[in-house]
Ligand binder design. Sequence first.
Ligand code: F3S
Length: 284
Amino acid sequence: MKVIKAKTAGFCFGVKRAVETVYEQVENCGNEQIYTYGPIIHNEEVIKDMEAKGVRVLRSEEDLDALSGGTVIIRSHGVEKRIYDSLNEKNVRIVDATCPFVKKIHNIVREQSAQGRYIVIIGNPEHPEVMGIRGWAGDKVSVIQNASDAENFSPDKNEKICIVSQTTFNYNKFKDLVEIISEKSYDVSVLNTICNATKERQTEAESIAETVDAMIVIGDKHSSNTQKLFEICRKACNNTYYIQTLGDLDLNQLGSVETVGITAGASTPNNIIEEVQNNVGIIF
Ligand code: F3S
């Protein structure tokens, strides 16, 4: 009859900072229209709350181009350099909530590109964070997300390579892909830019999942870090559930388990985690 909640469940430092930035701007900007470029986090509940307070989400670059004023908040994922350039050309105030750990990757990529290195980003090419990182590199840049990409990677033999990672990428997969590239005898410099918050959350989730009868992973269905967390937990515990809110959880389905673990992705607010914890606690 035990509920074990991961200490690392929920908002990481960067997401917490970005969410707080939006609410601060709402409080302090008077009548000025506040926009976020893309949803500030992958969580429908939080976005709905912000929209109710007047914040508008810009969904595309066309939306950005159409602006002629207001404040645009850059979310923790960060954006390409050209987005700052385009906003600076307009009468738009930028509030930058890019996570400092992502900003660090932008700086590495910009500097290493300027030194002539070929940039390799290990990550999902469709993810906004990766698209943003890519936008700080010069022309010589590739995104590698699986073994076949790494095997097919074959720039000129004289190229010096700089490898960075999407902050939420799985560490073991990163190591494997770096190994494939390193065997190709390039001059390779590797910067492990995976965020510790992700690693710690994954490690804690895995060790809890190994010891419980059922595991609950809470997070938005579009959140890539929650999806990864779910994969890790399911490997360690067959009886793992992926839910967005308490409403998705069929408490009967859990059956007669004795211990249940709870973790949550980086974009899951505390109130949602607590609600699940309290209700599961009652049932058990
Ligand atoms: Fe930043 Fe790490 Fe979160 S990179 S946004 S603190 S997962």
